[in-house]
Design a protein around this ligand. Structure first.
Ligand SMILES: Cc1cc2nc3c(=O)[nH]c(=O)nc-3n(C[C@H](O)[C@H](O)[C@H](O)COP(=O)(O)OP(=O)(O)OC[C@H]3O[C@@H](n4cnc5c(N)ncnc54)[C@H](O)[C@@H]3O)c2cc1C
Length: 556
């Protein structure tokens, strides 16, 4: 934890040095002692400290300074750090002014110059005031802070990006500035305006106004550029399948790079609780699984580029070459596609316009705290919707699940159905469909069609979380590898038609189980035609793919 600050202000260089020396001698172990040679410089320093999220325990200012007196400075400083103890340093002749200032500028104490010996005239007073200050001191949050508004899609994207990349952050809703003085002071100190939101503040005092995720990634030190031009194995997609393949590939000696366009963890990283993954009897969150997977992959030397998107693939002789959204190419001997699936969009009036403004895809766990004591609507009847309902039930007043089917049992695991039944604030509506979402700037209401009554009801709503299935985004592979009519990648025996190998297949063997219609390009996990859409099967496919990759490499 960074030490709280003691700031002393005096235009007389000699006195300033003497105060600083005495403060350091007694308090340097517990406090950071700073000095300024004018009220204006001191106020500037305080604004900088506010931006950094630092805390200030004590301000010690000389009364007689040109431009700004000590009392004036302390009065203004109170607006930035109201809890800091304020002490005025005066000459004997100014005693009356100092006493008046105790009332006017709410000064906690005044000290007469000279204060020698400090053990008698300085430390007892400061010890007492600092003890008092420490008693109510709460260490400030020291990580990244995000200032924004709840209904802004950009603010949501930034928070989601930080959460999914395991970067702890504090969310500060600027709309609370009127009620919360500390938020108001911070907004003033950083000069946040509508055009600069969302604003991301870093512990080093720097900030980014309305950044893109790429700018944020760069600032956070996430790696987006490859270290080499050619690898043994390039993996596209950092979900369970990609991470598992990376761990096995690198641990078995392949120079491996994994490229992920959002955050490692994939869909699993968005899961609030995975309860059916072997080895974790009380379940684990997707974030936890992703963090462990990334750590394990890095330990074996996997290079992870994220966020970075692969946009095209081409084949040049024995090399497979991917193009990154950033523009550069990476070549490899073997390419593994583990790009999973992404959420299908709710195709109703208003949904596109209100995305990120109350309509969310996936668990959007970052929204849970904001939904406290509100009603939350969840669309979908499969496991992902059930998990989200359980998660939000801990925060929301009521969670309403809207499922199209007759019951949940056809689409959801029994353990989740049982948990939902036992949770009193979850209400399940079957044969229910959202037909329209309403709101100008943010979601305000949804229209639900009830299949039983054949009536449509409009209900007020702040948040709607959508889980209505997913589809592979594989258009970028069109013309390269064979896909089924829904875009899932065909591999192994699925490529054989009447026992014949795919067109253009050059080898005297059939494609391996996870191999695509192009030798040396493999696919694993949810993106593969016929795959079982589960974390464990993704991990299994990623690991098995590496075995076939070795067999392929041994023959080229
Ligand atoms: C909310 C939720 C809860 C779930 N709960 C469970 C559960 O409890 N148990 C269970 O077994 N399964 C669960 N699942 C399913 C499970 O998460 C998936 O089956 C699994 O994540 C699939 O892994 P994958 O690696 O194949 O793909 P994904 O997890 O989809 O990962 C693919 C990754 O590829 C990236 N990508 C895509 N295109 C590109 C590109 N062009 N360039 C770079 N990167 C790209 C994506 O950003 C993504 O991170 C859940 C799914 C969801 C959404």
């Amino acid at each position: 934890m960074a030490k709280p600050v003691l700031l002393t202000v005096d235009d007389d260089a000699e006195v300033l040095r003497a105060v600083e020396r005495d403060l350091r001698r007694r308090y340097a172990e517990r406090f950071r002692v700073l000095r300024a040679d004018s009220g204006a410089a001191a106020l500037q320093a305080l604004q900088g400290l506010k931006r950094r999220g630092a805390s200030v325990g004590l301000l010690l200012a000389d009364q007689r300074m040109p431009q700004m007196t000590g009392v004036e400075f302390l009065g203004q400083a109170m607006g930035i750090f109201p809890d800091a103890k304020r002490i005025l340093l005066t000459a004997y002749a100014d005693t009356d002014a100092a006493i008046r200032a105790i009332n006017d500028a709410r000064i906690h104490h005044y000290l007469l110059k000279p204060w020698d010996p400090p053990e008698e005239h300085l430390y007892p007073v400061l010890d007492d005031l600092l003890e008092d200050w420490m008693a109510s001191f709460r260490p400030p949050f020291e990580g990244v802070r995000v200032l924004g508004t709840r209904w802004s899609p950009h603010s949501y994207a930034i928070r989601d990006f930080l959460a999914r990349n395991q970067a702890p952050y504090q969310w500060i809703d600027v709309e609370t500035a009127e009620q919360i003085a500390e938020v108001r002071r911070l907004v003033e100190a950083v000069g946040a305006e509508a055009s600069s939101l969302p604003m991301v503040l870093f512990p080093d005092g720097s900030s980014l106004a309305a950044p893109s995720t790429a700018q944020l990634a760069e600032k956070l030190g996430l790696s987006v550029r490859p270290q080499m031009a050619f690898y043994d194995l390039v993996i596209v997609g950092g979900g369970p399948a990609g991470l598992a393949a990376a761990v096995y590939g690198a641990s078995e000696g392949l120079r491996t790079v994994l490229i992920e366009m959002e955050a490692p963890g994939g869909q699993a990283g968005m899961s609030s609780r995975i309860e059916n993954y072997l080895g974790f009897p009380s379940g684990l969150s997707g974030g936890d699984l992703a963090r462990r997977g990334v750590a394990q992959a890095r330990r074996f030397g996997v290079e992870i580029l994220a966020p970075q998107q692969v946009t095209t693939v081409r084949v040049e002789g024995p090399s497979r070459i991917v193009k990154l959204a950033a523009g550069s190419d990476i070549g490899c001997k073997v390419l593994l596609i583990a790009t999973g699936v992404s959420y299908r969009k709710l195709n109703v009036l208003g949904a596109e316009r209100l995305q990120g403004r109350g309509v969310y895809y996936g668990s959007a766990m970052t929204e849970a705290m904001s939904s406290k004591d509100e009603d939350v609507y969840i669309v979908g009847g499969a496991n992902s919707a059930g998990q989200a309902a359980m998660y939000f039930s801990k925060y929301a007043r009521r969670v309403v699940m809207l499922a199209r089917g007759e019951s949940l049992s056809a689409s959801m695991s029994q353990y989740l159905i049982d948990q939902i039944k036992r949770t009193s604030n979850i209400q399940v509506e079957t044969r229910a469909q959202v037909v329209e979402v309403h709101g100008d700037f943010r979601l305000e209401a949804i229209s639900i069609h009830c299949g039983d009554s054949n009536e449509t009801e409009r209900v007020p709503a702040n948040s709607l979380f959508v889980f209505i299935g997913a589809e592979p985004n594989t258009d970028w592979l069109a013309g390269v590898v064979e896909r089924d009519e829904r875009g899932f990648i065909l591999t192994g025996a699925d490529l054989l038609r009447d026992g014949k190998r795919p067109q253009g297949w050059p080898l005297a063997r059939d494609p391996y189980w996870t191999e695509t219609s192009v030798p040396g390009i493999f696919a694993a996990g949810d993106v593969r035609h016929g795959s079982v859409k589960r974390v464990a099967s993704g991990v299994g496919e990623g690991s098995i793919a590496v075995q076939f990759i070795h067999q392929y490499l041994s023959a080229v």
